[in-house]
Design a protein around this ligand. Structure first.
Ligand code: URA
Length: 431
């Protein structure tokens, strides 16, 4: 088999065989980046069909370790978001579903570009350790029902290579490549079932509903072909999901939800995803019953208690739950006032970029971040803003970052003189 022939075949819109796709993944590390880049562009332009995408997922899945969670009794359900802004659902639903009896052993990632990452958020809790070995994670899940850790380098190394190359060759935006990248990692993480949160809108990879549906359908079908229970929820990313953007700020918002003090879209999406997890995990008969269980564990304090137990188990200071001043505090705070009017639209990606510019995010994985940096947004789409109080508050450690973050944030919001519509986004469920 010859790599150049495969590039030409895909360039000519032909379908690749299973053997050819296995060969491509085998060639990682032995074939120059320029040939891989060319192939990725051909795939990006001409696509992969369902069978090719499933073959690519499978070949990538077997490129490294596959985690065995069989030492944890019960059905293990993972959850994955395609990435968004103020998208803190994991911090809400992981302790909440665990408090309902579903064991959660989750591998999470770091933030990159405009999107945040669960590991960075958890590390904003003083002392929190995300570097668990598999043995430590399994013991912790068996002891308290929940562990969240960083993904090891040996999990789907093929994706590590391909993703980096896609990032610098304009080949990220390809539904089959995104589907294979996400599903290979999720399938390698050892769960019996997966709930996918496919984001749609100005802050997501998928900017429109048709693409979001296609990505969701592709991932659900791949999961099923490979013998897993998979459900996808398509949720709105046309404005930040929560009101807080930035690592510490997002942890504080998640704590507020678990205490029953904060309501809104972040709570709603977390409850929808959590309900699907409880049903897939056999804990609840249907999503209505699952939702009741989750809401009850917010009311009776079991969700927030589980979060505290989880923080302690991973070396963190659980006192942050009742005392937010124990988080690292930002040096600078700036109130943003905008002109009076109705909130029209957010460029959500720009909101994420503003937060990153303030110090909350990074553009390459080795950059340090500032846990205290970020934005609190006080209005949502369709709401009236009368200019008497700050539209948002920005936090940073440097004047220069504050200037840059302010500029990006202010240009990310449109205020209209005319009444604007509230966002009515009913999440779609693809099974
Ligand atoms: N997230 C991933 O893990 N991979 C992609 O290709 C896109 C988003």
């Amino acid at each position: 088999m010859n790599f150049i022939d495969i590039i030409i075949k895909k360039r000519n819109k032909k379908t690749l065989t299973t053997q050819e796709i296995n060969y491509i993944v085998d060639c990682i590390g032995k074939t120059p980046d320029y040939q891989f880049s060319s192939l990725l562009m051909a795939i990006c332009l001409n696509g992969l069909d369902k069978r090719e995408t499933a073959d690519l997922t499978k070949a990538m899945l077997y490129s490294g370790d596959i985690i065995d969670l069989s030492e944890i009794p019960g059905i293990k359900i993972d959850k994955h978001s395609t990435g968004g802004v103020a998208d803190t659902t994991t911090l809400v639903l992981a302790p909440l579903v665990s408090s309902c009896g579903l064991p959660v052993a989750k591998m999470s990632g770091r933030g990159l570009g405009h999107t945040g990452g669960t590991l960075d958020k958890l590390e904003s809790i003083p002392g929190f350790n995300i570097s668990l070995t598999k043995e430590q994670a399994v013991k912790q899940v068996n002891d308290i029902g929940l562990a969240i850790m960083g993904q090891t380098k040996s999990l789907v190394p093929a994706d590590g290579y391909l993703y980096k190359l896609r990032d610098v060759t304009g080949t990220i935006d390809s539904i089959p490549l995104i589907a294979a990248s996400i599903m290979s990692k999720k399938l390698a993480s050892g769960a019996d079932g997966i709930v996918l949160d496919v984001k749609c809108g100005s802050g997501a990879f998928m900017k429109n509903i048709d693409d979001a549906r296609e990505l969701a359908r592709t991932m659900v079908d791949i999961g099923k072909m490979l013998g897993k229970k998979v459900v996808a929820v398509i949720s709105d990313m046309d404005q930040p999901l929560g009101n807080n953007v930035g690592n510490t700020l997002e942890v504080i918002e998640a704590i507020g939800i678990l205490k029953g003090e904060v309501k809104g879209e972040l709570t709603e999406v977390s409850l929808i995803l959590g309900s699907e997890m409880l049903v897939l995990g056999g804990i609840a008969e249907n999503t209505a019953k699952a939702r009741e269980m989750l809401e009850e564990n917010i009311r009776n304090g079991k969700g927030i208690a589980k979060f505290g137990q989880f923080i302690l188990a991973q070396g963190g200071n659980a006192a942050v739950i009742d005392n937010y001043s124990l988080f690292k505090q930002p040096l600078l705070r700036k109130e943003i006032y905008l002109k009076k009017g109705f909130v029209g639209a957010f460029d959500t990606e720009a909101v994420g970029k503003a937060s990153a510019a303030l110090g909350a995010g990074r553009i390459s994985y080795d950059m340090p971040i500032d846990p205290s940096a970020g934005i609190i947004i006080n209005r949502r789409k369709g709401e009236f803003y009368d200019s008497s109080e700050p539209f948002a508050v920005l936090f940073s450690d440097s004047e220069e970052k504050m200037r840059e973050g302010t500029e990006i944030f202010v240009s990310s919001v449109k205020i209209s003189d005319k009444k604007t519509e509230k966002a009515v986004f009913v999440p779609e469920i693809i099974r």
